[in-house]
Design a protein around this ligand. Structure first.
Ligand SMILES: C[S@@+](CC[C@H](N)C(=O)[O-])C[C@H]1O[C@@H](n2cnc3c(N)ncnc32)[C@H](O)[C@@H]1O
Length: 248
């Protein structure tokens, strides 16, 4: 598939790395994404072996529709680094990547994702503090934060006044979405409105949240997801959103 006008404002069903390889260097101004976190490859609980255990009620207990979220750790890190290499190639000298991830404790050690992002130009770590949260285990405080790495090329600048948002952002998690791990639109609105990017890519588009935000600010989007089901979900959601926006 060659990059053409058809690529813009489309949801493409395929593997993130394969599809990104078809996108010419420097042609996408901003990447906003949340990859699968490899959550089911966790130390010693039912999330890994499917029994559920303390995670029995978690939305991601069964993984995603076309991805089980349970890769050997080294393989997962290698894959995510390949994804970041493609994202870096695609953005121009004033481009940036907002890469959402989660830190966790594994086997008593902090898994801070340094193995994924090391060597990439991480400029800042933003804390996304969720309002409230779910607790599946009485032995733990409710987990309420995730991180967003701002990985930026040298000429990337924020829009005027955006720096005033600070580096701890509070947004309620998405509640009304059939996708098990959707972004809240407000969070992505904050990112999109903080930049002047014209074309925005989400290589793990899921239910289409990044596209909705792009539409809110009259920017173009490109979405990729491996799951035909989520691609359809995203297309439907985008269509409904566009109809709503026209009414405003
Ligand atoms: C954390 S979710 C993204 C959710 C999205 N931010 C939203 O708001 O709906 C990760 C997504 O990555 C997709 N995925 C898993 N493996 C993939 C691959 N190799 N290439 C592209 N997408 C993949 C899953 O289907 C899932 O929808």
């Amino acid at each position: 598939m060659k990059f053409s006008k058809d690529f813009k404002n489309q949801i493409i069903c395929g593997s993130a790395v394969d599809v990104m390889k078809e996108i010419p260097g420097g042609s996408v101004h901003l990447v906003i994404t949340s990859p699968p976190y490899n959550l089911k490859n966790s130390t010693g609980n039912g999330m890994k072996d499917g029994r559920g255990g303390k995670w029995a009620n978690a939305a991601l207990q069964k993984g995603y529709s076309n991805h089980d979220d349970c890769m050997p750790h080294d393989e997962y890190v290698k894959w995510q680094r390949e994804c970041l290499i493609e994202m870096m190639r695609i953005i121009p000298e004033n481009g940036a990547i907002f890469y959402n991830h989660k830190w966790r404790v594994q086997g008593g050690l902090l898994q801070d994702r340094q193995d994924i992002v090391s060597g990439f130009p991480v400029r800042q770590v933003i804390i996304w503090r969720r309002k409230g949260g779910f607790n599946f285990n009485p032995g733990y405080f409710v987990p309420t934060y995730e991180v967003i790495y701002l990985i930026a090329k040298p000429k990337f600048k924020l829009s005027p006044k955006a720096s005033g948002h600070g580096d701890v952002w509070e947004f309620t998690q998405e509640m009304n979405n059939e996708h098990p791990a959707a972004f809240p639109v407000d969070l992505i609105d904050r990112i999109v409105s903080s930049t002047s990017a014209e074309i925005i890519l989400d290589p793990f588009m899921g239910s289409g949240t990044t596209a909705l935000s792009a539409i809110n600010f009259k920017r173009d989007y490109i979405g990729i997801d491996i799951s035909p089901e989520y691609c359809e979900m995203a297309r439907k959601r985008i269509k409904q959103h566009q109809a709503q926006v026209k009414l405003w």
